[in-house]
Design a protein around this ligand. Structure first.
Ligand code: SAM
Length: 203
């Protein structure tokens, strides 16, 4: 057990406005990814887990994506999101532990990863990989950013590197892209990998 496993830890950070990870805008690499998607993607089921203030979900909504779901176990950012986006369907605002989501209830075409993997207890990284593979449809895609940096601290963000990620993800995902991110936010320049992985699960 690690304090980051507890929703209360994160909720307090939001209540105290101690959210150093929050960029206050949609992640530029993810915006660029979304912008090049075909119109046929607009009704695909998309998950942003550990979404926090969920600028990516807000962006998807504004761009006409109709089937995006936000998951976070801290209620504060979800309530704030609901106020900012009153037209967003409330049934797609899920206040729950990502690890407790049942694949019988949720199946997604793709997932956007943005500073969620680095926030979870490092001992749960393999659980994250397996849970993503279960929540994604066969051939579904996990797209996003992972830190390539060792922060050397006993608290989030917990870093990592491409070798570790390849080892962890390869049993469950075909790693299509894992490369230094060229369009990171200036504060994260040179410390992120852009990844695109396809679920290996067949059914
Ligand atoms: C570092 S923040 C990142 C938030 C957002 N993705 C961003 O980039 O601003 C990590 C988020 O993950 C959420 N979180 C951590 N563990 C979680 C879990 N097991 N289930 C659901 N949400 C979780 C926290 O409440 C927090 O909002």
């Amino acid at each position: 057990m690690n304090i980051v496993d507890q929703a209360g830890f994160w909720q307090q950070r939001y209540e105290k406005n101690s959210t150093g990870w929050d960029m206050g805008e949609v992640s530029l690499p993810l915006k660029a990814y979304v912008d090049q998607l075909p119109a046929s993607a607009k009704d695909q089921a998309i998950l942003v887990a550990g979404a926090g203030n969920a600028y990516e979900v807000g962006y998807l909504h504004k761009q006409g994506f109709t089937n995006a779901t936000l998951v976070d176990f801290a209620p504060a950012p979800i309530e704030a999101f609901a106020e900012r986006y009153p037209s967003f369907p409330t049934e797609h605002l899920i206040c729950a532990d990502f690890f407790a989501l049942s694949p019988n209830d949720y199946q997604f075409d793709w997932v956007l990863e943005q500073t969620f993997f680095c926030a979870i207890n490092p001992a749960r990284r393999d659980d994250y990989v397996q849970q993503m593979a279960k929540l994604l449809k066969p051939n579904g895609k996990l797209v996003g950013l992972l830190f390539e940096k060792d922060f050397g601290k006993p608290h989030p963000p917990f870093g990592g590197n491409a070798d570790e990620y390849r080892q962890r993800f390869a049993p469950y995902f075909d790693i299509k892209v894992m490369e230094p991110c060229y369009n990171s936010h200036p504060a994260r320049q040179g410390s992120e990998l852009f990844v695109k992985m396809q679920n290996k699960r067949q059914h």
